[in-house]
Design a protein around this ligand. Structure first.
Ligand SMILES: Nc1ncnc2c1ncn2[C@@H]1O[C@H](COP(=O)(O)OP(=O)(O)O)[C@@H](O)[C@H]1O
Ligand SMILES: [Mg+2]
Length: 270
């Protein structure tokens, strides 16, 4: 028989599925900030935060919510080269396709954008912008100067490098919205709501407040780390469920299993 933990485990596979979006107090705040910033005459808005804080899903949410009211486009992983990027941009702006091997004439594209001013307003959501080079960012800035194209730029925050301080990310036209790791109550809501969405009520109830505290301590409230830890916890539960059911308590996830998962992921060491 299939273990009930298999379905629970799969709820926490890291992915960006807009149907799985959950309203959390932090994401609602960030969303409102974004919406508000977009109404201002800013050319660029910066969405900033550590990997796993929910930047990509927030951009996807924005696109999903506004796609019927605005010209809005989500660019996920940056094109590996400039040519590819400007091809994509050309297509979005002109609503025409270019033959694959033609080069976009950049100054013509800028002029095209200037002519759009007051006629169209296009919103481009650029994910993973830390991967764009400075030359590319400068060109993106020139396009945004047309005021017909606005950019929401998402950027990873890292320990060793202050990316915002980099010249090409620094300018007064930016408004910065920062996403932080989740609080314990937001993380608890996240875990419960994800399980409840899949009707896994019993399993949701088997993770108690104490366990949530422990999970938050291990993951520091980072959503990606949280996904990994919960996935591993259920993976271990699934194993016991199928092989040694006496070691499982369906009413309460044993603390031992949470610790085993934390050990496996390197949050704790023996
Ligand atoms: N509000 C939310 N609702 C649902 N899932 C979320 C939410 N916030 C974060 N996640 C999930 O957490 C993980 C990390 O989020 P992601 O947007 O990929 O972070 P980032 O882009 O900052 O690295 C993803 O699996 C994502 O689906
Ligand atoms: Mg991302």
């Amino acid at each position: 028989m299939k273990s009930r933990y298999e379905a629970a485990k799969n709820v926490f596979v890291d992915s960006i599925d807009i149907d799985d979006y959950i309203e959390l107090s932090s994401s609602v705040t960030a969303y409102k900030q974004l919406e508000h910033s977009m109404e201002k005459p800013l050319k660029m808005i910066l969405l900033f935060g550590r990997p796993g804080t929910g930047k990509s899903i927030l951009l996807n949410r924005l696109q999903e919510k506004l796609k019927h009211q605005k010209e809005i486009h989500y660019f996920d992983t940056p094109a590996t080269n400039e040519k590819e990027f400007f091809h994509k941009l050309f297509k979005v702006l002109t609503k025409q396709d270019l033959p694959a091997n033609t080069e976009v004439n950049f100054s013509a594209l800028v002029n095209f954008c200037k002519n759009l001013r007051g006629k169209r307003e296009i919103l481009i959501l650029l994910d993973e912008a830390q991967m764009y080079g400075s030359e590319m960012m400068e060109k993106i800035r020139l396009i945004s100067d047309s005021r017909a194209v606005k950019f929401v730029v998402s950027l990873h925050k890292t320990d060793d490098e202050d990316l915002i301080a980099k010249e090409h990310f620094q300018s007064r036209i930016w408004e910065v919205i920062e996403l932080k790791n989740a609080t314990q109550s937001d993380q608890t809501a996240y875990i419960h709501k994800k399980l409840l969405k899949k009707n896994l009520f019993e399993i949701a109830n088997s993770i108690k407040e104490k366990d949530m505290k422990l999970i938050h301590a291990f993951t520091k409230g980072n959503f990606r780390e949280c996904n990994k830890l919960i996935f591993t916890i259920f993976e271990i539960c699934e194993y016991y469920d199928e092989n040694e059911p006496s070691k499982i308590n369906y009413e309460h996830i044993p603390k031992r299993i949470i610790e085993m998962a934390a050990l496996k992921l390197g949050y704790i060491h023996v």
